[in-house]
Design a protein around this ligand. Structure first.
Ligand code: HDD
Length: 715
């Protein structure tokens, strides 16, 4: 732990210095009250006699209990559960022809960042493996102020207008009468809302896909979702879409696995991120941008301002411009991860908004929520939220103000303070909004260009491999299968049918229903509450039919690296030490981690007479917490086929399409497990201890993440 911190020191310097002043290290120090008075007894309250009543004057007890009573602050209304890390961003090439933002111009600057990943629907203590969108919020501490890229791991959103956000969240969260279910969308209110909101269909495809159950936060893409603007020195605007591409590629788990992980280790993602950073396997993402000249605003078959649409990478390629590395875990979850305040309205000169009506609503919501959550307009003074740029203004006072502003002037203009602080001219770095022409009537209406709700839903579905399509159908069958109201299921089948008849038919079959011929006319968004003048949903002709970038399995950004993968070595007394050591060395060379699982903790005696320390027992370990399994050689290994937990372990590994390898006696054990087909391409056998060919083919197969072919024989 100490080492990983040392190596990070230089990269995070700016932010680090700022935080050091308030970092508390109790090593070798006296226990004191908050006022600095040394405490002599922290165990007994002040009483009138040994068995007498406690005294009100016990300021030590009262201070301690009062602080404890107020330890909790309201959790976030959405994205309550999060995990975060510090790191830095490096620019590969100057983007000065598009944006004047300093951190995107100067390749010698390392910009400190703090990133918080989150689930959306669940409470703070809910499971990491919920089927859900993941928040991907990045705070850039730039020299020109804070830039927050508050995105998700999916490039589109459920709704087009911020007006519907409270409804969406009320619908997806636990139902209000009985607070059930926690962190799950598989219930009536969510699907009731969705079935009446056809604009959500594209996003529904994403949340029903494997993107919603990532293997690791380190293996997810990130997206800014909205179209933003880059503004250059000449005040020219380009539309920009932001992308984060994980260096480890995109990987997910399967739904049955996700549910089991939730039971075995509901902190699975949190721990995975923490451990990777502690082990020095710093997660990395490349930052990509899709750039669209202002003049091309209307050339697409959708509206760039519509957050339920993406710009296919095949139409506007993603230009990679830099890399983000996360290299330091927070020191204190509450002070940093919980108190960090993101806001899409935190932008710097060179970046600007568009009129996306969802983004516009967000620009109000985030400061407002921080006031309620963090309790004061001074939330920017909490260390994790502080800018590293000089900060001077005439804002004053408020709860828990930290800054001691000097002088008598707190207004502008002033002469008594020499006019300070000055307004900055544009060429001095002063922020000025893009000079967009807006000349229109005041209306409550949705643009007709937002009315195509199904074409990109179809594009997403059609771009998936058959395996991925099966997963979407299975997810919908699960979710709608949990819906109790038949009319909601029926409306959903009607909507799905408009995106893909094949998908709707599959889901209908599992629900034991038929797809309605004429879908119920969904609520539409037009003028006024009575829907008069509503825009009928349309289907625009799409310029592409498939996009590989939308699929995880065909993704051009895929990675065969097995770095940080967790491989279970199923061992027993009498295991071949040579077999364990050779495979362990081969895997570790590729950055993977071998975890020795055995009948008991302590040392396991090898066939050679040496000892191998066990990391976990069969009672603790579960297949769902590992990426692959190896059963080494050795006579004693044959005992494994008799252990119930081992059989369960192997059956689960097999049904979740994991790669399983056995060497000599280890391969025999695989043969003893009825459910496992030894001819399956993801089940590998080696003939003798230390089989180099087996190690090579195991590593290659693990690089493909799963052996998805197996699913056909399982269904
Ligand atoms: Fe939001 C938190 C992302 C729409 C209102 N949102 C929040 C977080 C992320 C996003 C990543 C967690 C930040 C953190 O880690 O602290 N939100 C999005 C994306 C959206 C989106 C990508 C659509 C493109 N959000 C959205 C809308 C509204 C909000 C339309 C309201 C009009 N979001 C909030 C919030 C939260 C929030 C209530 C809760 C906690 C917070 O802001 O700080 O204000």
């Amino acid at each position: 732990m100490k080492d990983s911190k040392k190596t990070n020191q230089d990269s995070n310097d700016g932010k680090q210095k700022d935080l050091d002043a308030d970092r508390s290290n109790a090593e070798g120090q006296f226990l004191t009250t908050d006022q600095g008075v040394r405490i002599n007894d922290d165990t007994n309250s002040l009483k009138s006699g040994e068995r007498g009543p406690s005294l009100l004057e016990d300021f030590i007890l009262r201070e301690k209990i009062t602080h404890f009573d107020h330890e909790r602050i309201p959790e976030r209304i959405v994205h309550a559960r999060g995990s975060a890390a510090h790191g830095y961003f490096e620019l590969y090439k100057s983007m000065d022809s598009y944006t004047k933002a300093g951190f995107l111009n100067n390749t010698s600057i390392k910009t400190p960042v703090f990133v918080r990943f989150s689930t959306v629907a669940g409470s703070r203590g809910s499971t990491d493996l919920a089927r859900d969108v993941r928040g991907f919020a990045v705070k850039f501490y730039t020299q020109e102020g804070i830039f927050d890229l508050v995105g998700n791991n999916m490039p589109v959103f459920f709704i087009q207008d911020a007006m519907k956000f409270p409804d969406l969240i009320h619908a997806v969260k636990a139902e209000p009468h009985n607070e059930i279910p926690q962190a799950a969308s598989a219930h009536d209110t969510f699907w009731d809302f969705i079935s009446l909101m056809p604009e959500s269909m594209h996003m529904i495809m994403w949340v029903m896909s494997d993107r919603a159950i990532p293997r690791s936060l380190r293996m997810m893409e990130g997206f800014g979702v909205h179209t933003f603007r880059f503004i250059n020195e000449k005040n020219e605007s380009h539309f920009v879409k932001f992308h984060w591409k994980p260096k480890l590629g995109i990987h997910s788990v399967v739904w049955d696995e996700a549910q089991k992980i939730s039971g075995k280790n509901s902190d699975f993602h949190k721990l995975d991120l923490w451990q990777a950073i502690e082990d020095g396997h710093f997660p990395e993402w490349e930052l990509g941008v899709q750039l669209i000249p202002e003049s091309d605003e209307h050339i697409f078959d959708f509206d760039l301002l519509d957050p339920t649409k993406l710009v296919p990478e095949e139409i506007v390629p993603v230009t990679i411009i830099g890399k983000m590395t996360l290299n330091r875990n927070p020191d204190n979850f509450f002070a940093e991860t919980e108190q960090v305040a993101f806001h899409p309205g935190h932008i710097v000169p060179g970046i600007d908004f568009t009129n996306d009506p969802l983004l516009q609503g967000r620009l109000f919501s985030y400061t407002d929520t921080q006031l309620s959550r963090l309790g004061s307009p001074n939330f920017h003074e909490i260390h994790i939220n502080r800018t590293i740029a000089p900060m001077h203004n005439n804002q004053r006072d408020g709860h828990m103000r930290q800054e001691i502003a000097t002088g008598r002037v707190s207004y502008h203009p002033n002469s008594l303070g020499g006019g300070c602080p000055f307004q900055a001219k544009i060429d001095q770095g002063g922020f000025s909004s893009f000079n967009e022409r807006v000349d229109a009537q005041k209306i409550r209406e949705r643009s007709g260009s937002f009315s195509d709700h199904f074409s990109q839903a179809a594009l997403f579905y059609n771009s998936q491999t058959p395996t991925e399509q099966e997963h979407i159908a299975a997810a919908l069958s699960f979710e709608l299968g949990k819906v109790e109201t038949p009319a909601i299921r029926e409306r959903m089948l009607g909507l799905l049918n408009q995106a893909s008849a094949a998908l709707a038919a599959k889901v209908a079959k599992s629900l034991g229903m038929t797809v309605p011929k004429i879908p119920e006319k969904p609520i539409n968004h037009g003028v006024g509450a009575d829907d008069a003048g509503a825009h009928e949903p349309v289907k625009a002709k799409q310029s592409i039919e498939r996009s590989d970038a939308l699929s995880i399995l065909k993704n051009p950004n895929s990675s065969k690296s097995i770095s940080t993968r967790q491989i279970a070595f199923l061992c027993a007394e009498g295991v071949s030490g040579a077999s364990v050591e050779a495979m362990k060395a081969a895997l570790e060379k590729e950055g993977a981690k071998a975890v020795i699982v055995a009948p008991h903790l302590g040392d396991i005696k090898t066939a050679e007479g040496s000892a191998i320390p066990a990391d976990q027992t069969y009672k603790i370990a579960a297949s769902v917490l590992f990426d692959g399994v190896f059963i080494p050689a050795g006579k004693g290994i044959l005992e494994l086929s008799k252990i119930r937990e081992v059989k369960e372990f192997l059956n689960d590994s097999y049904s979740h399409c994991k790669i399983i390898a056995g060497e000599a006696e280890g391969a025999q054990v695989l043969g003893d497990i009825n459910d496992i087909d030894e001819k399956d391409g993801g089940v590998l056998a080696g003939s003798s201890a230390g089989d180099k060919n087996l190690a090579a083919s195991f590593i290659k197969a693990l690089g493909n993440h799963r052996y998805w072919e197996r699913e056909k024989s399982l269904s």
